[in-house]
Design a protein around this ligand. Sequence first.
Ligand SMILES: C[S@@+](CC[C@H](N)C(=O)[O-])C[C@H]1O[C@@H](n2cnc3c(N)ncnc32)[C@H](O)[C@@H]1O
Length: 258
Amino acid sequence: MTFLTLLARSPRLARAVPQYAEEIGAEAKVLAAAGLPRRSALALAARHRLTHRFVPSPHYVSELTLVAAAVIERRDQPGHVIELGAYKGSSAAKLSSACRLAGKRLWVFDSFEGLPEPAMDDAEHQIERRRCFARGDYAGSLEEVRSAVRRFGSLEVCTFVPGWFSETLADFDEELSVAFVDVDLTESTRQAVAAAWPSLVDGGVLFVHDATDAKLRTLLADADWWRELGAEPRTSFLPSRTDGFLERRSRTLAWFLK
Ligand SMILES: C[S@@+](CC[C@H](N)C(=O)[O-])C[C@H]1O[C@@H](n2cnc3c(N)ncnc32)[C@H](O)[C@@H]1O
């Protein structure tokens, strides 16, 4: 079902769009600057808002707009897109629309049963507020994620890879242009970045969500670790953009250009 058909069939959805007119306008500008025609940019920004309203998610729409814009910017370059950490499928739905517009495949990796058991020193985090993670937090089943993408995104560009990263990422060798890592735990972030970074083409970009958390920040600032991944040590990583767009909402998204 297309976005417009969806709107026409649901007065509730249609009412949600004008309510967010200002945000949709700001987000459309970012998408248009990435190279989308203005009309498509507006449609994609509105679709992001709708997705956000109906699919539970811990990210800010503006953050996913930046990731989607990075995908659009790379539409003429090689490399597909990977999402590590899907929850109920809100970010996957948003990224799948960008991938369709950019002619890219979206790989979605998740256990589809929530977080693994955290190590003792990895359970507590400070992601905007104090969190104590446990096994099964942020669980979303494969069917829930597929259904969110079917309703609000583009299922046909997605490949879902269920299982623990320690098993599923070992054989992954697709070329990537954009990677979005949103997995809460330090150990999961370590595994996700270690798999995604070497697969990124030159000019590719890696995003890490929740990077203001002290534990993730320490990992991401570890020069020795970056060297092990074959990269120059990353020095500056926060905030990801200082043009004011993210500042209004969030500063938790870090990015690393290859
Ligand atoms: C915060 S949620 C993702 C939120 C989602 N990106 C969104 O914005 O709606 C974290 C996800 O990471 C997944 N996850 C974390 N560690 C994992 C691991 N080691 N293997 C597989 N999945 C993992 C969880 O199952 C969960 O779906």
